[in-house]
Design a protein around this ligand. Structure first.
Ligand code: SF4
Length: 431
């Protein structure tokens, strides 16, 4: 049996794609191994969201090329750089874009049988993949990703994704439900539905809210989540469903990126700060304790002090549970790349520092406000903190909790009292 080893860089969508690729390879007789040294084939899924993500992947690929294995690169960097990667990575055999994974296995086999090195990066804007068995489901992970859409057509001016992942396509609702049932039967308790913009889901007249209702009505999944949402496409019915059925977890990741309407329009985000604030207030009217996380970029071209103050103002008004924060970095191939990157790196650094300290202060306040309350956690892993071994679990609001009891099992859903905080993680006691 040929042995295959996988590595995945970047977002959850890439993590899901790597599982799909592994399931296709496994179905063709390749055995998954946990180290590159043991592998006959090494497959690395890559990210292109920022330049340093590509540099890291190229560095890692050159490390891996020292192994006597067929080396394959796929994902967004493969799509963006194509055959130029043969000059950057010695011993590279195959380059496959995100729309071409159905051709990957046969291309690997052709190279194993002595075929030429190859590049497959044509975009058809139709490709959508089924999650097959990787053989690793048994006793599998309690929390899994499941893609429902692929691609993005929002063309935010700073983002390279639409050029690399192509047009939006929504997967077949029956196939999605089938995969939810396969995963649930294999012991998965929590599924996160994935897409660059899940609320753009629309297939055979069924929109995102319709898909969620369909899954909840026709499966025993204990927890359902979704990632990521674009504010322009928010369907507030989703908050009503959260209220009616607590299996749909009360957390939404809703990137706002910047607080000034002038910068939002330069970013091509398609909404205003007022629109974003309206969504948040409507959502909190329906779900008062909704947990919201977000993404924020500082230092976008021409961002002034007052633009930045408007970003801080949104954070104070929305009180996010957490935020992924970034300094703007120009990305070749995007509209914003043509703009003058005129905010100095010192100023970007200083603004990021102020932003992070405000985000963390609010995050701490939110966490502290719930000390002493009882919450429910899904146990997903054992973790070591110093000399101590804990079980780590997550609340429906996507907050991490550590419990020190031993006689517990992965996948259990427990009631705990939130007794303390360690960094941004709760300490909990089983009740
Ligand atoms: S919504 Fe915007 S930022 Fe997100 S993937 Fe699409 S283009 Fe990129």
């Amino acid at each position: 049996m040929m042995k295959a080893y996988y590595e995945s860089f970047g977002c959850q969508m890439n993590a899901f794609d790597t599982e799909v690729i592994e399931s296709m390879m496994t179905a063709s007789g390749f055995e998954t191994v946990q180290s590159a040294e043991m592998a006959d084939v090494i497959i690395v899924n890559t990210c292109s969201v920022r330049e340093n993500a590509e540099q890291r992947a190229i560095g890692r690929l050159n490390d891996l090329s020292r192994n006597k294995a067929v080396l394959v690169v796929c994902g967004c960097m493969a799509q963006r750089m194509g055959d130029s990667l043969f000059d950057k990575v010695s011993g590279l055999s195959l380059i496959v874009g995100p729309d071409n994974y159905l051709e990957l296995v046969s291309a690997v086999i052709s190279i194993i049988e002595g075929g030429e090195k190859n590049v497959i990066t044509g975009q058809d804007g139709k490709a959508a993949y089924r999650l097959g068995s990787t053989g690793s489901e048994k006793g599998g992970r309690v929390s899994r990703f499941l893609s429902i859409t692929r691609g993005c057509e929002n063309f935010c001016s700073y983002c390279i994704v639409p050029y690399l992942r192509g047009a939006v396509r929504s997967r077949d609702i029956a196939q999605i439900l089938r995969e939810v049932k396969i995963l649930t039967a294999a012991g998965t308790e929590e599924i996160t539905l994935l897409g660059q913009n899940v609320m753009a889901y629309n297939r055979d007249g069924v929109d995102f809210a319709g898909l969620i209702r369909h899954i909840l009505e026709n499966s025993d999944i204990r927890r359902l989540r979704f990632l990521t949402t674009h504010p322009r496409d928010v369907n507030t019915q989703i908050f009503q469903i959260m209220k009616e059925d607590p299996r749909l977890c009360p957390h939404i990741h809703l990137p706002f990126q910047a607080g000034s309407n002038r910068i939002l329009s330069m970013m091509g985000r398609g909404y205003t700060r007022e629109h974003y604030l309206d969504i948040i207030s409507e959502a909190r009217e329906i779900m008062p304790d909704l947990a919201i996380s977000t993404d924020i970029i500082v230092g976008f071209p021409s961002e002034t002090d007052s633009d930045f103050e408007e970003t801080l103002d949104i954070i104070r008004k929305c009180r996010f549970d957490s935020a992924f924060t970034f300094k703007y970095s120009p990305r070749e191939g995007t509209e914003a790349y043509k703009m003058d990157d005129d905010v100095s790196s010192e100023l970007k650094k200083e603004r990021l520092k102020r932003l992070n300290s405000l985000v963390q202060k609010i995050r701490k306040d939110i966490l502290e406000s719930r000390i002493g309350l009882i919450d429910e956690i899904l146990l997903d892993a054992r973790v070591k903190k110093g000399e101590n071994l804990f079980w780590k679990g997550r609340t429906p609001h996507f907050r991490n909790v550590l419990v020190s009891s031993d006689d517990l099992n992965q996948g259990e859903i427990l009631r705990v009292s939130l007794s303390g905080i360690r960094n941004f993680t709760y300490l909990g006691e089983v009740v």
